[in-house]
Ligand binder design. Sequence first.
Ligand SMILES: Cc1cc2nc3c(=O)[nH]c(=O)nc-3n(C[C@H](O)[C@H](O)[C@H](O)COP(=O)(O)OP(=O)(O)OC[C@H]3O[C@@H](n4cnc5c(N)ncnc54)[C@H](O)[C@@H]3O)c2cc1C
Length: 315
Amino acid sequence: MRRAWQTGMIALARSPKIKRWAQEKGLAAGLVGRYVAGPDAEAGIARAKSLLGQGIRSSLFYLGEYVDRPELVAENVAQERKVADLLGRAGIEVHVSVDPTQIGHSLDPALARRNGLAVAEAIAAVPGDAPRLMMIDMEDRTVVDPAIALHDALTAAGLPVGITLQAYLRRTEVDLRERIRQGAAVRLVKGAFAAGREHAFVSQDEIKANHRRLIGLMLSREAREAGFRPVIATHDDRLQDHAVAQAEAAGWSRGEYEFEMLYGVRSALAERRVREGHRVRVYLPFGRDWWPYAIRRIGENPRNAWLLARSLIGG
Ligand SMILES: Cc1cc2nc3c(=O)[nH]c(=O)nc-3n(C[C@H](O)[C@H](O)[C@H](O)COP(=O)(O)OP(=O)(O)OC[C@H]3O[C@@H](n4cnc5c(N)ncnc54)[C@H](O)[C@@H]3O)c2cc1C
């Protein structure tokens, strides 16, 4: 049932016809408010400011997905640079999430490297002393090596950059140990993709067990001594509890590591973590191309069926 629901929602997210129809007609526009800050960078900044009032930090993400034309890549890069500039002007933390394919990886990996450098340099150049980071999102298995190479090159150039690693992949333990040794910033997620057994853990139990083990490495004494910056990105409260217990046992204080969740997903849990004294961030998308992102979020939980139905009726 869960799988059929998710497959159906992914098909809806990918259909260009339905996307155009939904976005033009404002169909299910209620979903935009739930999962997306708004149509432009200004709306993203306004939402980030109001979240900060509740003690929640943001990572801004421009919704330009499935890009297959150079002009769309250029627009994505321009929006990422613009939002970094606006965050700086607003005097809040300059934290921007970037997908490798969004900056041109599928057109030409060298273009993605140049664009990654341009966005990271723009973030570094924002005036003021607000903390700043370009967080590289992780996509399917074929992108992992180039994404890590981009991260390592930008780190070596002294630019503020972090990388997302995925618990479903068998290779992640090796990738993570090396980034811990570097004292890098790593956001650990479950992984929104699938791969064969030779590359990936396949069952939910295996993935969860690996996720727990990797959280243990991220919040170890050795990681803390290396200056590693752990970001635990999950909505699973039991995995978060495991992280808290692990952190306490290894001498990490609250605020030295971070929980990150998607904007609009389990907000009460995010608010609870803030009350408990944790550092919490949300992944905050903005842009007009909101349909695929919002529908994927709906697809992550069959209990969201009512939300989709209500949005369509009201939309
Ligand atoms: C900040 C952040 C960045 C991410 N970046 C990437 C990335 O770069 N690459 C990548 O592959 N994946 C990324 N992901 C997605 C991630 O890989 C998972 O697919 C997603 O987070 C779901 O896994 P989970 O660990 O939250 O656990 P789950 O077991 O899926 O969820 C835990 C609990 O939260 C509930 N829940 C989850 N989603 C929803 C929802 N939409 N609505 C209501 N309840 C929900 C579930 O029902 C369950 O109770 C990111 C996730 C986050 C939070």
